[in-house]
Ligand binder design. Structure first.
Ligand code: HEC
Ligand code: HEC
Length: 459
């Protein structure tokens, strides 16, 4: 009898150990906090919109000639930045040439209500075209420049080299979704983990599929113990923030210099408040919605009163049932995770590491009225549909030229269509783009879902 019990418990322990090691438990998993650097938010903002975290780009004069038409939304910057679109910084390359480099606001700002809202994920990104040709054109132009002894080309080289290497593999079928995860993977495939130096040969052959995501709002990070939808960003957040520098970094001494500034950038990101719903709220309805929220949603998403608590939970795929391609890819392609966990980023006084999980973090819902489309892959066009999984359209089309925000059922204007076609149609039948899962509102009555929706507008 004793033997049987012993055997039984051994098997049991093995099963537990196995699921634990795979990160594939069937229960929500708490994410413990990790130590973060502190910094100066005002300095962080200044660095974000003027700083040289990329030190290579398109020479300023060429950029102004060829690309810069739209300066309608500036950030009251001075000097060379004064007439640049807000998504670019003018910076000095190490050889003194002023170049224009993309900044974080390419993906982390959006025009909303006629203003640039820094920290709002850009849901208008366009990764549907291959930009190799532009990079080649810039290269040819610079090669033919006379009387500059190759200085412009030298200042642009790192930028052109990486753009030429990655652009053709970044293309996605739908506008509005972001390919940043794949971009990062393609860059590390050609960089040495210890020195960060670029190599023309690709060292990680299979970096996995190009899985699209929405861009999370920056104002959520202050509550979170881990970064990214997968909750895989652990340890020092600043290290992940500065990883954009992988686009053009020359070596670890440059990375170290840039890294020192990101304690301030993190402080700035943590200082951003969630936007307040500008319309009228039916207070009685919202109060009734809060009661439903406490019962059905709070356990995962936290509470939002003055002493509100956020539980920091990872929800396994077996419970959340949303598209699993993003979390699964972190397992099936351990090479990129291993690269990071053995790289410069994982060393030093404030190390970072990637810890993949078979599921997604339940995000804070502050300002959720403003962050459509919903789910990690942006597959759900409006907020009410998050509460009713059967109502989600298979194909839906956005109007990117005359985009209006709907405040009644929060989301960008869209139209349900009956077939795929063109880059403005979101096709939820493509792997990675599916809109299943998160069925927690499905069994509520329509009246209760309306109440919940009203409450969500108050967060
Ligand atoms: C090409 C687009 C792009 C650029 C440029 C970019 N990001 Fe991101 N960022 C993303 C996407 C997409 C995610 C979500 C990835 C995920 O969770 O899987 C993200 C995630 C983040 C997060 C995590 C938020 C959270 O709640 O988990 C932070 C913070 C962040 N980025 C900061 C920055 C900073 C700072 C810069 C500039 C130095 C930057 N990003 C540049 C696209 C971009
Ligand atoms: C078991 C945990 C759990 C419960 C219960 C839960 N959620 Fe979620 N929720 C999640 C997770 C995890 C995500 C992210 C899923 C993804 O992106 O694939 C999410 C995403 C969302 C989003 C989308 C956020 C965005 O910006 O894309 C909204 C809105 C939301 N939940 C609202 C609710 C409401 C309202 C309820 C109550 C009816 C609820 N949730 C119940 C775990 C939960």
């Amino acid at each position: 009898m004793k033997k049987i019990i012993l055997l039984f418990s051994l098997v049991f322990i093995c099963i537990i150990g196995f699921t634990y090691l795979n990160g594939s438990s069937d229960e929500p998993v708490y994410i413990p906090p990790s130590k973060q650097r502190t910094g100066n938010a005002a300095k962080g903002y200044e660095y974000l919109i003027t700083g040289d975290y990329l030190k290579s780009g398109i020479p300023y004069r060429l950029f102004k000639m060829a690309f810069s038409k739209d300066t309608a939304f500036d950030l009251n910057r001075n000097g060379f930045n004064k007439t640049l679109p807000y998504q670019f910084n003018a910076v000095k390359a190490p050889n003194g040439v002023v170049v224009v480099a993309p900044n974080c606001l390419q993906c982390h700002a959006q025009i909303f209500e006629g203003k640039v809202v820094v920290g709002m994920g850009n849901s208008f990104s366009d990764f549907t075209t291959d930009r190799t040709f532009q990079a080649v054109m810039v290269e040819r132009f610079l090669q033919q420049l006379k009387n500059d002894s190759g200085k412009n080309m030298q200042a642009a080289k790192a930028f052109i080299t990486s753009m030429k290497a990655i652009s053709r593999n970044l293309v996605v079928p739908t506008r509005g979704v972001n390919a940043a995860n794949h971009l990062a993977a393609l860059l590390i495939a050609q960089r040495d983990p210890a020195t960060l130096k670029w190599s023309d040969s690709v060292m990680i052959k299979d970096v996995g599929p190009n899985i699209p995501t929405d861009v999370p709002a920056w104002w959520l990070l202050k509550k979170k113990h881990a970064m990214f939808y997968n909750g895989n960003g652990r340890g020092d957040f600043g290290k992940f923030l500065m990883a954009s520098n992988l686009l053009t970094v020359s070596d670890t001494s440059e990375a170290r210099e840039v890294d020192e500034k990101f304690d301030d950038v993190l402080a700035y990101i943590k200082s951003i408040p969630a936007p307040v719903y500008p319309g009228m709220i039916d207070k009685q309805k919202a109060a009734a919605g809060q009661v439903i929220f406490q019962k059905k949603c709070e356990g995962c998403h936290g509470s939002y009163s003055k002493n509100g608590k956020y539980p920091n939970l990872l929800i396994p795929n077996s419970i959340i049932k949303t598209d699993s391609m993003l979390s699964a890819a972190n397992y099936s392609n351990p090479e990129t995770t291993n690269w990071f966990n053995n790289s410069w980023f994982s060393k030093g006084d404030h190390p970072a590491r990637l810890v993949p999980f078979n599921g997604y973090i339940a995000p804070p819902l502050d300002g959720v009225w403003a962050t459509a489309p919903y789910l990690h892959n942006g597959s759900v066009p409006s907020l009410s549909m998050m509460l009713d999984s059967k109502s989600r359209p298979k194909y839906w089309k956005r109007d990117f030229n005359n985009a209006n925000y709907n405040y009644t059922d929060p989301g960008w204007s869209y139209e349900v269509v009956d077939q795929p076609g063109g880059s403005s149609v979101y096709n939820t039948t493509i792997p990675g783009y599916t809109n299943t899962g998160h069925e927690f509102g499905d069994r509520l009555s329509k009246a209760d879902r309306d109440k919940l929706l009203e409450y969500l507008k108050t967060l």
